[in-house]
Design a protein around this ligand. Structure first.
Ligand SMILES: [Zn+2]
Length: 298
């Protein structure tokens, strides 16, 4: 039995963000961060979130930090399309229930307030985000999963909005390993990025782990691009810097390995072999994470 917060940690990890080119759109997680900030600042006090100037401004604040490529500053889109997630719905103005239900794309900015009073969160999620500790955990999931490269800036921004919360716990939350693990293992189709081993049991057990390239304790980065699917042997060897994935997607092996030892010879044979990577480029490992590993090879 998982708790409400754990359930929504999973939901937040798995947002249907839309992938374009080599990155995921930042809009939905940025919108959720904006909503939580306004709850924290007590600008939103009811589970009926209007598409207000304050919300658009707070969204833009995040968007400006996290945007990539051809992303557009369109707060209306996530405000509308979050309805595809189980926890977000729109409350119609009286008489417009059917109209709102039938919408397949966002109404115009002018029309929106005439038909939509606000967005509502699932009641148990609302209870969670109005609790400071749970909100902090959920916020951390969004940042660790979607915007780890901006972590310090985003955490500082929250401190700016609410100096009350000097909560050390926020810096010490463990990785949200369930979501990280699931996405990484799926992206690599249950195959070790080093040896290609794939072994699954009918109960779903798989031989590969989702390995953090830069350990979570150092990076607080739970984005799938900080992950590799590795079998137990290669996970163990990478964690001990005996093998390392390089930024040009080749495996490097430690000079300390001894070719006279059969087990070590097996690792040495990995030298200069290509990483076995996901089809989806959006899940390819971050070059800076690979560099981090490469320079630590012993
Ligand atoms: Zn392997």
């Amino acid at each position: 039995m998982i708790s409400t917060t754990e359930h929504y940690e999973e939901c937040f990890y798995d947002l249907n963000t839309g992938i374009v080119g080599d990155h995921e759109r930042p809009h939905k997680p940025a919108m959720l961060l904006a909503v939580m900030d306004l709850i924290e600042a007590r600008e939103i006090n009811l589970n009926l979130i209007p598409f207000s100037t304050a919300l658009r401004e707070r969204f833009t604040f995040y968007y400006d930090i996290v945007k990539l490529g051809n992303d557009q500053n369109t707060p209306l889109n996530p405000y509308f399309y979050l309805r595809s997630e189980d926890f977000w719905s729109h409350v119609a103005t009286p008489g417009n229930e059917a109209v709102v239900k039938a919408l397949s794309s966002p109404p115009t900015m002018g029309k929106l307030p005439t038909i939509i009073q606000g967005a509502a969160l699932a009641p148990d999620l609302w209870n969670a985000v109005t609790d400071a500790t749970q909100r902090s955990l959920l916020r951390d999931v969004l940042i660790s999963r979607y915007f780890p490269q901006h972590r310090n800036l985003l955490l500082n921004s929250q401190i700016a909005i609410n100096a009350i919360m000097e909560d050390e716990a926020e810096y010490q939350v463990p990785g949200r390993s369930a979501g990280f693990r699931r996405i990484v293992v799926q992206a690599y189709e249950h195959q070790c990025a080093a040896c290609g081993l794939r072994l699954r049991r009918p109960d779903g057990a798989t031989i590969v782990d989702a390995a953090h390239i830069i350990p979570f304790s150092e990076s607080q980065n739970d984005h799938p691009r900080n992950g590799l699917a590795l079998c137990k042997n290669h996970h163990w060897a990478m964690d001990r810097s005996l093998i390392a994935p390089s930024p040009d997607h080749l495996w490097l092996v430690s000079q300390e390995l001894d070719s006279r030892q059969a087990g070590e010879m097996e690792l040495i044979s990995l030298s200069n072999r290509s990483l076995i990577l996901p089809k989806e480029k959006a899940y390819h490992p971050l070059p800076e994470a690979l560099e981090w590993r490469k320079v630590r090879l012993i």
